[in-house]
Design a protein around this ligand. Structure first.
Ligand code: ZN
Length: 123
């Protein structure tokens, strides 16, 4: 499952960073998820809850920010956000909203990053 491997990678990244910073507790984690990753935020949140049991991350607040898709069109030079045709969830089609072409570059929407971690350090 897509979400499970992502959740696993996120937990590892955060715990690794926390360890390097000698964290006693992790208070808050902000995760960025591009719309094009097709990750389901609710499912991801649920899996993170399961995977973080008995770790430093248990009880931390998980903030998930969804990043909208942005494109640059090579046909008409449109640059900006676009809506996805997600009628078929397994095949999202990105098209230019101006000229309907698919000759474009995706600028944003493919992210899956740990953006920020707030930790508690010993005095
Ligand atoms: Zn265009």
């Amino acid at each position: 499952m897509h979400e499970l491997s992502m959740a696993d990678a996120i937990v590892k990244t955060v715990l690794d960073a926390a360890e390097k910073n000698q964290a006693e507790e992790i208070l808050e984690v902000t995760i960025e998820i591009g719309k094009l990753t097709m990750l389901n935020p609710e499912q991801l949140r649920f899996l993170l809850g399961v995977l973080t049991e008995d770790t430093l991350l248990e009880g931390a607040e998980i903030i998930i920010e969804e990043i909208p898709v942005e494109i640059k069109c090579h046909s008409c030079n449109y640059a900006g956000s676009t809506n996805l045709d997600d009628s078929d969830h397994y095949l999202m089609i990105v098209k230019c909203p101006e000229c309907d072409e698919r000759n474009l570059e995706i600028i944003a929407g493919q992210e899956c990053n740990v953006k920020n971690i707030r930790i508690e350090k010993p005095e």
